[in-house]
Ligand binder design. Structure first.
Ligand code: PAF
Length: 279
């Protein structure tokens, strides 16, 4: 039975007891509206830890758009049933006042990897992510933390923060889980209209074709421009970025290198989709 804890003092007592018995604690931080992508993180956490905590907290500090925050899907009862079935020990679901009590004054800001792409288009987003993730690491005291590669830039920001601050946690990146038609799973996908949902998988298709043409030796600038044109022709909205970057530093690449990655953010109807693949 998954135990629901909303208070960090209670969580810390629980974790301290586990640790006294020599157990390794894994955490999967989420914002709820769970799907198979989250459940794959839970599976990895269960395989690599003795006890698993899933956190659900829709973090207001990382939303640069109030509409996106108010429309973010929430269904804790359904999430809890899924976590219970997946064998999660604790669901930690604090409220906003528990995470950001009166007088809260600290921001964790990771420069460099936070700056491009999401950083440019969602100002303040990664300060919100880094701050809440540092806080969740402190509250859960977990030794291992599991994040999806779907949010590739977020994963690099968290890795950088953990290295820079010597946080005692090992960050484990897990592969993106896709629908059968290739669309990367995301809690926001439920907001796609029927028509947009049937078009959305073309994004992954265009990324794969672009990766193949880069591997075949196409000029990077030309190939990126023609993929953008193709996305527009297929009916996608604004492409915020479509970049070839080094997988760890996220430096832009003018030529293909080992560890190169394609990363994209674009609009489809009123939903913002992100995706990335290795080249
Ligand atoms: O990826 C997410 O769901 C969130 O950004 C995270 C890591 C839970 C922080 O709020």
């Amino acid at each position: 039975m998954t135990l629901v804890i909303r208070n960090s003092a209670e969580l810390q007592d629980k974790v301290a007891a586990w640790k006294r018995s020599g157990m390794l604690v894994g955490v999967v931080p989420t914002m709820g509206a769970l799907h198979d992508g989250h459940l794959s993180l839970v599976k990895a956490a269960r395989a690599q830890s003795d006890r698993v905590i899933v956190t659900i907290f829709v973090n207001p500090m990382q939303f640069n758009n109030t509409d996106d925050l108010s429309k973010y899907p929430r269904d804790e009862a359904r999430d809890l049933a899924l976590l219970d079935e997946a064998g999660v020990d604790v669901l930690f679901a604090p409220d906003v006042a528990e995470v950001y009590p009166d007088g809260f004054s600290t921001t964790v800001s990771v420069s460099g990897v936070s700056a491009p792409m999401e950083g440019e288009h969602r100002p303040g987003h990664f300060d919100g992510v880094a701050t809440v993730v540092a806080k969740l690491f402190g509250m859960t005291q977990a030794g291992r933390a599991f994040f999806g590669e779907k949010d590739w830039q977020q994963l690099q920001v968290v890795r950088r923060m953990v290295r820079d601050l010597n946080l005692p946690v090992t960050v484990i990146g897990c592969p993106t889980i896709r629908e059968a038609d290739g669309l990367a799973m995301s809690s926001r996908n439920v907001r796609l209209s029927h028509e947009d949902r049937s078009m959305a998988p073309l994004l992954h298709q265009v990324l794969q074709e672009l990766a193949a043409s880069l591997r075949a030796g196409a000029d990077v600038g030309v190939a990126l421009a023609s993929a953008r044109a193709e996305l527009a022709a297929k009916g996608f909205g604004t492409v915020e970025y479509l970049d070839l970057r080094a997988g760890d530093s996220l430096a832009p690449l003018a030529q293909l290198e080992d560890n190169a990655r394609l990363l994209v953010a674009l609009w489809l109807g009123n939903v913002r989709l992100i995706d990335n693949i290795p080249v």
